[in-house]
Ligand binder design. Structure first.
Ligand code: SD4
Length: 326
């Protein structure tokens, strides 16, 4: 039986068990964190629940884990309640919303876009960079021109009513410091594994609210916001991009797993490293990591409490509170 047919059969069997949106608070801590099941999809934050559903639906349709991680985060890119993903995200200090996104396959193929404007689905543009150019990353006006060339519609450059209101409020003082829980940390990072063990990941964000114009975070930087290697596993990040870039967070986690750490141990070590490299401001810095290894074991860890993630398997889609260092 072909791999795809095998998966479809399995997923049809499993779909009756796939109960969307169950929430479960659960301490993540055992060395061999569950579930160890395939297919498996993990996504940051509670918008990961609908994103996982969209990803599983796509996986059932096409059997392709890259299609799944793209479709999953596209759902979040359209979510009008999310103020840090997609064109409805909070703007930079000039009042302009700029987007970052990346996508990666387990064979090392990857693509990303940074500081791009007017594109509703930056994750699809990142995928087009991966599949249709000899490059890995396009930024700014060049990324926008590539989107036009590829037939992506250009959206009107206008803040959503919610974002406009928040921006007007911020402008009263125009004070900026990327402080935990004042910034809206809601980027979606998604990592997934199909029934045959192929991995892929995606990450998309409007970045930090009121950032300097031109600022790019970790999300479009391969190895920082996302890293995937079929031989080992996958990792993704959310939180203050600068702190994550400093330690090449996602790459670090995959490399630690390559050296034998479990996904949980690898995430904990990355957080430890991040704290060591960002000591002065650590009380104001939130960052969280998710990881899966090729056996389908998972890891999750954050600097501060409050980070949660959605875990989707054929048995269900649940929201889990991550453990944290502090
Ligand atoms: C960034 N890592 O641009 C993103 C922000 C984020 O949840 O994760 N917010 O730094």
């Amino acid at each position: 039986m072909s791999q795809r047919r095998k998966f479809l059969k399995q997923s049809l069997l499993g779909s009756a068990l796939f109960i969307p949106g169950i929430t479960q608070a659960c301490a993540q801590g055992s060395k061999e964190n569950l579930p160890g099941e395939k297919p498996l999809i993990l996504s940051t934050w509670n918008h990961g629940l609908p994103a996982n559903e969209a990803a599983f639906k796509k996986l059932q349709e096409t059997g392709d884990i890259v299609d799944a991680v793209e479709a999953g985060v596209k759902d979040t890119e359209l979510d009008l309640n999310n103020l840090s993903v997609g064109l409805q995200g909070l703007p930079d200090r000039e009042g302009i919303t700029t987007l970052d996104a990346s996508i990666m396959k387990g064979d090392g193929s990857c693509g990303s876009v940074a500081f791009v404007r007017q594109v509703k689905h930056p994750i699809s543009l990142a995928r087009a960079v991966m599949e249709k150019t000899p490059h890995v990353m396009l930024a700014g006006e060049g990324a926008r021109q590539f989107a036009i060339q590829e037939g992506f519609p250009m959206e009107e450059e206008k803040l959503s009513p919610k974002a406009q209101k928040a921006y007007d409020e911020w402008k009263k003082t125009s004070q900026y410091k990327p402080v935990i829980n004042i910034e809206n940390h809601d980027t979606i990072g998604m990592i997934g594994m199909d029934a045959s063990g192929n991995l892929a990941g995606s990450c998309t964000t409007s970045g930090l609210a009121y950032k300097m114009h031109g600022r790019v975070g970790d999300s479009p930087i391969i190895g920082a916001g996302l890293y995937v290697d079929n031989e080992v596993g996958a990792a993704t990040a959310t939180g203050l991009g600068e702190s994550i870039i400093r330690i090449c967070g996602s790459f670090l986690i995959v490399e630690l797993m390559r050296q034998g750490r479990t996904p949980q141990e690898a995430c904990e070590e990355a957080v430890k490293r991040l704290i060591a490299k960002n000591q002065q401001d650590i009380k104001d810095i939130q960052a969280g990591f998710l990881a899966i290894n090729k056996e389908g074991h998972i890891g999750a860890y954050a600097v501060h409490p409050g980070f949660n993630f959605a875990q989707g398997t054929l048995k269900g889609n649940i929201l889990i509170d991550s453990k944290s260092h502090f």
